[in-house]
Ligand binder design. Structure first.
Ligand code: SF4
Ligand code: SF4
Length: 185
């Protein structure tokens, strides 16, 4: 039997209108950003920062170069000097090309001293490539800006204590979570 072509047209049209009608009364899944904001979960991978040690006031980095080796984008570059007295490495330059970063979080996961993090700060944009090149000073400034708005008393990053990894397999500082006390001005 041959159906009237208008039948199909009206069936589909009515079906579509019914879906629209139902959706009108549902709670929207989107938000009106920036007036409304969604909660950013701990361990969200946003803007890079070098953790400023509250005791020394400088970066925690010990120039082990693990982050450089693990970074799949090859966008981290670290330079260091050797302390003549102690033989320890002293980080002198730390650079990240943020435009090449894929925000995998491997750098913060592998760092034995919790020195590099991807903060929960995501509202940043740049106008030039140079602005997306973060050097040591910029990375420390990123940390200061992030922590100034941090509401908890202590900062810990979820990547510093991943579930499922036995304590004995973690580097010594990671066995006791590398907490950063948040000082208020
Ligand atoms: S998040 Fe991944 S890609 Fe980005 S700097 Fe760290 S290791 Fe490299
Ligand atoms: S892994 Fe951590 S301590 Fe080692 S070079 Fe990278 S930031 Fe510095």
């Amino acid at each position: 039997m041959r159906r009237n072509p208008y039948y199909l047209l009206f069936r589909d049209l009515l079906g579509g209108l019914l879906i629209t009608l139902k959706t009108l009364f549902r709670k929207p899944v989107t938000v009106e950003y920036p007036r409304e904001r969604v909660k950013v979960y701990p361990s969200f991978r946003g803007r890079h920062a070098l953790v400023r040690d509250p005791e020394t006031g400088d970066a925690r980095c010990v120039a082990c170069l693990k982050c450089v080796q693990v970074c799949p984008s090859r966008c981290i570059d670290v330079k260091y000097e050797i302390d003549e007295k102690t033989g320890a490495r002293i980080m002198t330059q730390y650079n990240i090309e943020a435009l090449r970063c894929i925000y995998c979080g491997y750098c913060e996961e592998v760092c034995p001293v919790g020195a590099i993090v991807l903060t929960e700060y995501f509202e940043y944009s740049v106008r030039t490539r140079e602005e997306a090149f973060f050097d040591k000073e910029k990375l420390l400034k990123n940390w200061d800006e992030f922590i100034a708005k941090y509401t908890e008393k202590v900062y810990t990053n979820k990547f510093w204590n991943l579930k499922g990894i036995p304590d004995v397999l973690k580097p010594a500082p990671k066995r006791k979570q590398l907490e950063v006390p948040v000082k208020r001005g």
